[in-house]
Design a binder for this molecule. Structure first.
Ligand code: GTR
Length: 346
């Protein structure tokens, strides 16, 4: 009977082909269930969570690239314990439906515009009020105030939690027939993001507001169900709306920021350490998003021009502002505190 040290020796003396087989099967078994560990030479760690993040825009859009940056930072800082998969191009649904899913915890993260968010949390409606910010710097000064920051936390009452704001520039109108002045907008059917302030705003400008999901705008323009819509240059370009509605009038009626959200249900499940990592990663991704945004906003404008889009500058914004004054008056009491701070940081 061989003793145990002899057994070990016999094992080591296996022929070369047997070592090859052992190595092959061993390596494959070790990688089971964690495919990325096979190639990466990092020590396998147990995965705690795999989350989904819903994004409306295409994969190379500034917000999507920032979502990915956020996911990458979370992955690194948790040593791979938390993996967030970004689903671009509305694969998980249109914004409003996604927000509902995030409230239920069925989707854990999303990046949405503050405009549809207003229907879930009234305070976010302030961003839909027309012509209240002078420029991007003004908007960001407001977002950085205690009120701006608190708004993200106040989303908790809506079963959501705001992690960070991203840039979305200014929104302008685009139409199938030329609009050179406010008078030309009269009677046109204009698609808006779904919230009640937008309805009032379009109606005050003499047009007819049609609230529909973003993904339907292109076909509605093609079928002439609508005469136009409004958005920032990057969205107008990448959603291909410019191919059907080539008149773009730069009135800059709104500056609606983007918001990176986590489900409150998901947030409550996380340890304090993971919450901090997630919050910080979101804030750190803002720099990436804003840099990419500023660059792409200019590029988009150039691309639109070379594609034959007819761009009209608004020389005198006063008539536009006075037309929407009733909208501001209607909501002034509701947003008194926010408007006061917006004016203070002007
Ligand atoms: C874009 C925004 C999208 C979506 C879209 C819209 O500016 O980034 O998230 O809200 O506008 O008009 O629906």
């Amino acid at each position: 009977m061989p003793n145990s040290s002899e057994k070990t020796l016999n094992f080591i003396r296996l022929p070369v082909w047997a070592w090859g087989l052992l190595f092959f099967f061993g390596a494959n078994l070790a990688g089971c269930g964690q495919p990325e560990m096979k190639s990466a030479k990092i020590r396998p760690v147990p995965r705690d969570y795999v989350f989904r993040l819903a994004e409306t825009h295409p994969p190379d859009f500034p917000t999507t690239l920032a979502d990915k940056k956020f996911a990458e930072l979370v992955f690194q800082r948790t040593n791979g314990r938390i993996k967030i998969d970004v689903f671009a191009s509305s694969q998980l649904g249109e914004e409003r439906a996604v927000i509902e899913q995030v409230q239920l915890g069925a989707i854990e993260f999303t990046r949405v515009s503050a405009a549809p968010l207003a229907e879930f949390n009234k305070q976010f409606g302030v961003f839909s009020l027309p012509y209240i910010f002078d420029d991007d710097a003004h908007l960001w000064r407001f977002l950085g105030t205690e009120t701006g920051i608190k708004m993200l936390d106040n989303l908790e009452i809506s079963h959501l939690k705001g992690l960070a704001y991203y840039s979305a520039g200014a929104r302008h109108f685009y139409t199938k027939k030329m609009v050179k002045s406010l008078a030309d907008l009269k009677g046109l059917r204009i698609r808006v993001q779904q919230n009640k302030i937008n309805m009032d705003l379009i109606n005050a400008l003499g047009a007819v507001a049609i609230p529909t999901p973003y993904g339907e705008v292109l076909s509605d323009l093609k079928s002439s169900a609508i005469d136009g819509a409004e958005n920032n240059p990057p969205s107008y370009l990448t959603a291909k709306h410019f191919q059907v509605a080539k008149y773009y009038i730069l009135d800059g009626h709104q500056r609606v920021p983007e918001v990176l959200l986590i489900s409150k249900i998901t947030w409550d499940k996380l340890s304090n350490e993971d919450r901090e990592i997630i919050k910080q990663a979101a804030l750190d991704s803002v720099k990436t998003q804003r840099e990419l945004w500023n660059k792409f906003e200019k590029e988009a404008m150039e691309k639109l021009k070379s594609a034959g889009v007819v761009i009209t500058e608004v020389k005198d914004i006063k008539p536009w502002k006075s037309a929407v004054k009733p909208v501001i008056d209607k909501y002034r009491a509701e947003y008194e505190k926010e408007l006061e701070i917006i004016n203070k940081v002007r």
